[in-house]
Design a binder for this molecule. Structure first.
Ligand code: NDP
Length: 340
């Protein structure tokens, strides 16, 4: 059983060598009397929060635990059941949810997994559009942003797993949507394929405040924040009254959690009566079936498209994660296992 282990806690930017490939053994049969399942992993998801878990965290401060150095990296994936001791799962079932960065996993609490019932879409979608990032986009946009037709919406990291869906949902709602991303290729995709009204390359902007004033001369109603840091600070100066800021993630800070960038413009929250709210997708798992039904319908009707960036082979999972953290991914970053 090939596995990817975290070597040790990381400070600063991760390197591929911080993750090591090991070969271990695994029983492909469930132990007698156990309600666990054994799965073959087909797709492994690379997600920004995995970098946070590579830092030694103060759990009481973050309510979020680190990975264990020397252990297999844990993450979302799509898998096939090989053997089951659980009454709700049988051999051949497809599932998505928390698994390991390894060929085969023994899953002790399979009731935390979602069974995949719709296979007329790419299976890989269950790491992205129809999985955790898709639910994040849907739940946070509708439940936290309270969008209304005609509102001005800004999305950062807009071409990524979450951002590309937020933009399209906002367009379907009748909003005006601008996205930021880190390359010309991504900006072109946002405008030409992902249906954003406009987009800009934040790496070419010296002054985010000036850039936002150019794209939103009348201000921003909703900011879907995927990056935090100086972009969030500049957005505060450009919000309308009463704006909403949905804090989804702060990827610009994940490599420097010991010294995060300061936010200076918080007074705008007071003067503009802005609601700024954090969000964790796990709280919204109960609405997953409702989301899935809508997303499948939108896919069928051609109302949403989804970009994926697939790297082959477990041994390349570390480089896939680094691609994501350096913005080389174009769309949802995932890792496909051989013969999946
Ligand atoms: P993406 O697919 O968007 O990949 C990450 C992207 O972030 C990169 O492609 C890159 O795009 C951008 N990025 C990397 N470094 C920086 C930086 N220093 N400054 C600005 N942008 C940067 O990832 P996801 O869509 O999966 O995740 C987006 C955000 O949502 C993350 O912050 C993540 O943690 C968060 N999230 C939160 C959840 C929750 O429950 N709260 C659940 C899921 C995701 P570019 O080329 O544009 O720079």
């Amino acid at each position: 059983n090939k596995q990817i282990l975290l070597r040790d806690y990381i400070t600063g930017f991760p390197k591929e060598s911080d993750m090591v490939l090991k070969t271990g053994t695994i029983q492909l049969k469930v132990p007698k009397g156990s309600k666990s399942i054994v799965v073959k992993n087909l797709y492994l998801s690379c997600d920004p929060y995995m970098r946070i878990k590579m830092t030694k965290l103060d759990v009481s401060a973050y309510y979020f635990d680190s990975f264990t150095p020397g252990s297999t990296i844990v993450g979302f994936g799509v898998a096939k059941v090989l053997d089951s001791g659980h009454p709700d799962f049988k051999e051949g079932d497809l599932v998505w949810g928390t698994t390991g960065w390894e060929q085969y996993s023994l899953i002790q609490a399979p009731e935390t997994l979602f069974k995949i019932m719709h296979t007329d879409v790419p299976l890989s979608y269950y790491t992205g559009l129809l999985g955790m990032p898709g639910l994040t986009a849907y739940a946070e946009f509708y439940e936290v942003c309270s969008p209304k037709k005609g509102e001005y919406v800004f999305v950062s990291a807009a071409s990524g797993a979450v951002g590309q869906l937020v933009g399209q949902l906002a367009k379907l709602m009748g909003c005006y949507v601008v996205g930021s991303a880190g390359s010309k290729q991504k900006v072109d995709l946002l405008k030409e394929k992902l249906r954003f009204d406009d987009a800009f390359n934040y790496k070419e902007e010296q002054d985010f405040n000036a850039a936002l004033k150019r794209y939103f001369p009348d201000g921003i109603d909703i900011y879907f924040d995927n990056v935090g840091g100086s972009m969030l600070d500049a957005v505060l100066l450009n919000m309308r009254l009463p704006g909403r800021i949905a804090l989804c993630g702060m990827i610009s800070q994940y490599n420097n959690l010991d010294k995060p960038e300061g936010i200076h413009n918080l007074l705008c929250l007071v003067t503009k009566r802005i609601r700024m709210e954090g969000f964790v997708v796990f709280d919204y798992y109960p609405i997953y079936p409702k989301f899935l039904e809508l997303a499948l319908q939108y896919i069928k009707e051609g109302k949403i498209v989804y970009l994926e960036d697939t790297i082959e082979g477990l041994e390349n999972a570390p480089s896939a994660l680094i691609r994501l953290l350096t913005g080389q991914n174009v769309g949802k970053q995932e890792n496909r296992e051989e013969d999946s």
